[in-house]
Design a protein around this ligand. Structure first.
Ligand code: BMA
Length: 332
């Protein structure tokens, strides 16, 4: 298969397991030792999920959503040599405040980490008069700086693109309400400086009965992955069942220079809550992707996803096969 990844360095030591025998030709498969991150890795964690991982100094670093045994939601730093066995700080990340006087976050959850140009940007859902987007950066995973919130409340699920587009930083987000939000579309915004955001564009809405797993809301997952076929966006979709929300995930392709234009979008899900650790936990039936590692050489991908809002799982695949799957099964 010819190579389609753009701007992706080699990552030979990324976590990986070959596709198991059998199956029905699914484009991705789960790590056989899932959950890769258990719920009890810090001194007081209740759950560790929806977490963000990047390559760092020959190994891996991450920012993890940790809810503690008081059920406070915060984000913690972690390191790993192999992306599978993690050491997390017991204490949440302390940010140096580079904002013009924003108060401490009431809570932080669902982080993403994206390397853009010269530093690791961290985006999270930030408690500021309700759900809002918070933003900061680090160069070294030792000192962390917080900057202004990019968008007004209510909004969750901020995800940066890994490079500037047409000269501006680019962000996906999902405006919401102050509760559990029975709606949700993905929007695109641009900024020249990471502080002032505008040129907002609609990207995608939930679908109807043709694809029920994504009929209530949709939200961006890991940072979009650049390919010759467009930005590969893993995203979650929500179905509203008689027992509550069900979170599954799949992928779409966005135009490289005008990413609000969706060129293909999968009708079937790729991963849905079907294993015990995805169906049983603090919030049953949730799979929620937040980070992806790719190897530019072999075009393998490993996706970290939260499971039942309790633990973190890993799923593997090949970029070319996933892009083919999205195109062949596109609703567009
Ligand atoms: C969303 C966020 C996620 C969570 C999901 C399912 O609104 O709170 O952190 O995984 O709901 O509970």
């Amino acid at each position: 298969m010819h190579k389609i990844l753009k701007n992706a360095p080699p990552l030979p030591n990324m976590p990986w397991e070959e596709r198991p025998a059998g199956g029905r030709g699914e484009p991705m498969w789960r790590f056989s030792a899932n959950p890769v991150i258990p719920r009890n890795l810090t001194a007081t964690s209740n759950s560790i999920f929806n977490s963000a991982v990047v390559p760092f100094k020959g190994g891996f670093a991450g920012v993890f959503r940790v809810d503690d045994t008081s059920r406070r939601m915060n984000i913690h730093r972690g390191f790993s040599a192999d992306g599978m066995s993690w050491k997390l700080d017991d204490e949440p990340i302390r940010f140096l405040d580079g904002s013009a006087g924003l108060p401490e976050s009431e809570y932080k959850y669902d982080p993403r980490v994206v390397f853009v140009e010269d530093r690791y940007w961290i985006i999270w859902c930030n408690g500021y008069h309700g759900a809002s987007i918070g933003m900061g950066y680090t160069f070294d995973f030792e000192t962390f700086h917080r900057i202004e919130n990019p968008l007004m409340p209510y909004n969750r699920n901020g995800v940066l693109f890994p490079r500037k587009i047409r000269g501006n930083y680019a962000l996906l987000s999902r405006p919401s309400d102050s509760g559990h939000t029975p709606f949700g579309d993905i929007f695109y915004s641009e900024s020249p400086d990471m502080t002032y955001w505008g040129r907002h564009r609609h990207v995608m809405s939930p679908l109807g009965s043709q694809s029920l797993w994504q009929s209530t809301k949709v939200g961006a997952g890991p940072a979009p992955i650049e390919t010759t076929e467009g930005w590969l966006l893993f995203y979650h979709g929500v179905l509203n069942s008689c027992n509550g929300f069900v979170y599954s995930w799949s992928a779409a392709l966005l135009d490289l220079e005008e990413p609000w234009k969706v060129t293909a979008r999968s009708r079937p899900y790729i991963i849905n809550p079907s294993r015990d650790y995805e169906c049983v936990g603090d919030v049953p039936n949730v799979t929620f992707p937040c980070a992806a590692l790719v190897d530019g050489e072999t075009e393998r991908v490993a996706v970290y996803y939260g499971c039942a809002d309790t633990v973190t799982g890993l799923a593997f695949g090949r970029i070319g096969e996933i892009v083919d799957f999205v195109k062949k099964n596109s609703v567009i």
